[in-house]
Ligand binder design. Structure first.
Ligand code: ADP
Ligand code: MG
Length: 500
């Protein structure tokens, strides 16, 4: 094993450069006019996406500095779902500007302290949120801009808003099922679960208030691959097979007596499925773990590991319906329970790739809607708030008493870095970023950069243009970006083990 070690300035610069490079990679996707990236994985499968965290996850970079940026974006995804690109772009800019400070001999700890102080100043001087009636589709549309095409935007924003409202912002109760065909306008919300599975019984009609057996295992008979047998006589083998069929026969019978529908995690032996079908018991095999858990949680049905664990007395009936459901030209399994409030968004779109991108974009939109439903406060987007905060921090750096000259320099760098968001949105729309940043410096708090649907940009009141983002999202972006920049600045030693 070789050990690679970098210390002091060399370690710092190496981390900073790697992190800045990550930021540069995703910067061109920021904002409504951001470009998409095409990612090709080891198996040659392609993803076309504009989503920060998705790109970063695929970026196979072994560098620790770059990894920290990916983690920061992941944290943002965990907390807010949206803003994953912004965190990296902003954190990257803080680091890029630190490079100049380090070159001038300013100690990293001084920079870290000044950056943290700047973040506090910014967060303590946030402008007043927009005072307007709750309008979920506007917030959803801001998160979806650049991801859903213009024609689909309103439908997508309304769908997400309705979903978020139905579950009152509790995202665990929303599931998304995508199916190619039709268009976004044909998407809808289904009460209950729709599983991407079909019944093994071709003519099963479904059951109302059924007894449901959930089995975390399989019903596939003996596994001949795992055992080694020596049989002298073919008759012996037949005997074993007969025994197997007998056991399976017993099992089938027991199941048919105990329930109306059985869903199992693994496979089901053909003979078992056939018998159960003849007894009008609905059979679904290879149900994945998360679906299993979801069914259990909405119906109250218990997941058993073995048939023998199921209690003697009958399984209780669930209140609801389990039935086949046809969407487009495909069959699914629908599970509805009276008391449950889980919903499934059935999302339609032309191709697999657009649907995958919708799914990712919906994740962002539902995330911000959940934040919005929580506190109802929003800011105008398009860099309006960050450019105002840049001024606040800059003023503080100039006017606050008791700061050293070095601290002032660092705070100014922090202020400048906040302007990278409107600058990047501008340059992605083909505008001159410096012009935009300068114009924003002389504007009031509601003024940001608005990009219209033809891709034209204008410095204007973005709030009245319907670009709204939750206050919690903006705060978290500032916090996460400052945190990752400071953590990277604090490292002065990289010890990497490579290869065995
Ligand atoms: P992230 O992954 O950080 O959410 P996005 O690509 O979604 O990155 O871009 C988000 C940024 O785009 C936010 O700063 C938001 O205010 C801005 N934005 C959204 N819609 C518009 C618009 N119509 N005009 C200008 N900026 C917009
Ligand atoms: Mg976004």
């Amino acid at each position: 094993m070789t050990e690679e070690r970098k210390t002091g300035r060399e370690a710092q610069m190496s981390n900073i450069r790697a992190a800045v490079q990550v930021a540069e990679t995703v910067r061109s996707t920021l904002g409504p006019a951001g470009m998409d990236k095409m990612l090709v994985d080891e198996r040659g499968e392609t993803i076309v996406t504009n989503d920060g965290i998705t790109i970063l996850r695929e970026l196979s970079t072994g560098h620790p500095g770059a990894q920290m940026m990916v983690q920061a974006s992941q944290t943002q995804d965990d907390v807010c779902k949206d803003g994953t690109t912004s965190v990296v772009v902003l954190g990257g800019q803080m680091l890029a500007l630190s490079e100049g400070l380090l070159m001038r001999g300013i100690h990293p700890q001084t920079i870290v302290r000044a950056f943290n102080k700047s973040a506090t100043v910014a967060l303590n001087n946030l402008p007043l949120p927009i005072s307007a009636a709750m309008n979920l589709p506007v917030v959803a549309a801001t998160a979806l801009r650049g991801k859903a095409s213009e024609v689909a935007l309103d439908d997508a924003a309304n769908l997400c808003s309705e979903a978020a409202q139905r579950v009152n912002g509790d995202l665990d109760r929303i599931r998304v099922l995508t199916q190619a065909g039709e268009s976004m306008a044909d998407s809808y919300i289904h009460d209950g679960l729709v599983l991407n599975k079909t019944f093994a019984n071709p003519n099963f009609l479904g059951k109302e208030n059924p007894r449901v057996l959930l089995l975390d295992g399989g019903l596939d008979g003996f596994n001949y691959e795992d055992v080694q047998m020596q049989v002298q006589d073919p008759a012996q083998l037949n005997q074993i097979r007969e025994q197997e069929m007998q056991i399976l026969g017993n099992v089938s019978h027991t199941i048919s007596e105990m329930c109306d529908i059985v869903l199992v995690r693994d496979g089901i032996h053909e003979a078992v499925a056939k018998y159960l079908d003849s007894q009008d018991v609905g059979v679904v095999s290879r149900v994945n773990q998360s679906d299993m858990d979801a069914i259990s949680s909405i119906t109250g049905a218990v997941i058993y590991h073995r048939i023998t664990e199921v209690p003697e007395d009958e399984l209780p009936r669930i209140e609801g319906k389990v039935e086949p459901k046809r969407i487009g030209d495909l069959d699914y399994v629908s599970v509805e329970a009276k008391e449950s409030d889980t919903i499934t968004m059935i999302v339609r779109g032309a191709t697999r790739q657009t649907l995958d991108e919708y799914e990712r974009a919906f994740d962002d939109a539902l995330g911000v809607l959940s934040l919005y439903l929580n506190d109802g406060n929003v800011y105008p987007g398009g860099g309006a708030v960050l450019s105002k905060l840049a001024m606040v921090v800059r003023n503080h750096a100039t006017n606050q008493q008791g700061l050293s000259a070095r601290e002032r320099m660092c705070m100014e760098a922090y202020a400048d870095s906040l302007e990278i968001i409107p600058a990047a949105i501008a340059s992605n729309a083909g505008m001159d970023p410096l012009d935009v940043v300068m114009e924003l410096r002389s504007c009031g708090p509601d003024i940001g950069l608005y990009i219209d649907f033809s891709g034209e940009g204008e410095v204007t009141n973005t709030s009245s243009k319907g670009v709204w983002e939750p206050v919690a999202l903006v705060k978290q972006i500032i916090k996460s970006a400052t945190e990752v920049a400071c953590s990277i600045l604090r490292i002065d030693d990289i010890i990497a083990r490579r290869g065995e």
